[in-house]
Design a protein around this ligand. Structure first.
Ligand SMILES: [Zn+2]
Length: 161
């Protein structure tokens, strides 16, 4: 139920990509929320009216943008609204809830939207190519890759500003 694609050497500002995806979901009448971690963005989109009443569950579309400007992965799958899929996971495989197809009509609607969303994501990545002019910096203290958005190193707490 989930699909992931990887892009290399596109130099894409991932925050802008994540925000564009969220906006696209909103434009298509989805309720959205975004969470953010050290090297990932998770956009959740839910058609509250359809999905919750029919399925009786808090299903949603889960979009993950993960990695660095030069090497990132986008995954689209279904998940549970409000549940941070990384909360219990160590940095590892992307895992999604399965069994969404039992939802009948709403699943078809989601699947249809997923295909549209992939087209949108691909066009956005082309549009955002070279949008992240500055590469991620290396923390001077612990030498890990750190996004320029961060004031403190998320690994060792070093003040980066
Ligand atoms: Zn550090």
């Amino acid at each position: 139920m989930s699909e992931a694609k990887r892009w290399l050497n596109q130099n894409v500002k991932l925050l802008r990509l994540a925000e564009a995806i969220e906006q696209y979901c909103k434009t298509n009448d989805f309720e959205t929320q975004m969470s953010k971690g050290v090297d990932w963005y998770n956009i959740q989109a839910s058609k509250a009216g359809i999905a919750r009443s029919i399925v009786g569950a808090r299903r949603c579309l889960n979009v993950i943008v993960r990695g660095r400007a030069e090497d990132f992965e986008v995954a689209v799958g279904t998940g549970e609204w409000g549940k941070n899929i990384f909360a219990s996971a160590v940095t590892g495989a992307l895992t999604f809830g399965v069994g969404f197809l039992t939802a009948g009509a709403s699943a078809v609607a989601y699947k249809y939207f997923e295909d549209q969303l992939w087209d949108f994501i691909k066009s956005q990545i082309s549009a955002l190519k070279n949008s992240d002019s500055q590469p991620a910096l290396l923390c001077p203290k612990c030498s890990k890759h750190v996004s320029l958005d961060f004031k403190l190193c998320p690994y060792c707490g070093f003040n980066l500003k």
